[in-house]
Design a protein around this ligand. Structure first.
Ligand code: COA
Length: 166
């Protein structure tokens, strides 16, 4: 992990930098991104963490409570990691791993199990989460990923906490 990067919960002061980052990296219109991100600050059941370098957001990741079927057909209700995104110039330096560890600490203070869904073709995401102990539960057809198939994985606190001591 690079020392110049800080991982912290999103603050009001980060919102405009986080929107600029998302617009640049995802090549999307800003739309209501600012409102969406700001609602992560106040919501009880959701949180966004950012990685800052030189005062600018260079990565973010969210954690959010979802209802059954909200993450895809047959997915359970629960706490989901979502939307981790790292600036291409800052990848492979452990930033997504640090953001995920921060989100897991937040989630495991509230629940015993954490889920996430990614495209079956997103090898980087599958490796990143597997290295933290996530295990695949099932696959289902999806229009959200180019592969047409999404993977649901889970991690239990009882499996994660011993990993922190090794
Ligand atoms: C996936 C993503 C978040 C990884 O961010 P990152 O900061 O580069 O990840 P890390 O440096 O913490 O990598 C941790 C591990 O993930 C795996 N990984 C990361 N990028 C990878 C890649 N391009 N190919 C294969 N494995 C990869 C590796 O196992 C890596 O460990 P290593 O560097 O020791 O080999 C980043 O590539 C990204 O923003 N991608 C676009 C958005 C996306 O797909 N998000 C996931 C949606 S669920």
């Amino acid at each position: 992990m690079v020392r110049s990067v800080q991982i912290e919960p999103l603050t009001e002061a980060d919102v405009s930098s986080a929107v600029r980052f998302a617009v640049r990296v995802l090549r999307v219109e800003p739309g209501d991104l600012g409102e969406q991100f700001a609602s992560d600050i106040t919501g009880d059941l959701r949180q966004m963490f950012v990685a800052r370098a030189g005062g600018q957001v260079v990565a973010y990741g969210r954690v959010i409570e979802l209802a059954a079927d909200e993450a895809g057909p047959g997915t359970p209700a629960g706490c989901y990691l979502s939307g981790v995104l790292v600036d291409p110039a800052w990848r492979r330096r452990g930033i997504a791993t640090q953001l995920t560890q921060a989100r897991l600490r937040w989630a495991f203070a509230r629940t015993d199990k954490v889920f996430y869904v990614t495209g079956a073709d997103n090898i980087a995401s599958l490796h990143l989460h597997a290295a933290l102990g996530f295990q695949e539960m099932k696959r289902f057809g999806s229009e959200r990923s180019a592969a047409g198939v999404d993977v649901l994985s889970q991690l239990a606190r009882t499996a994660y906490e011993p990993m922190l001591r090794t």
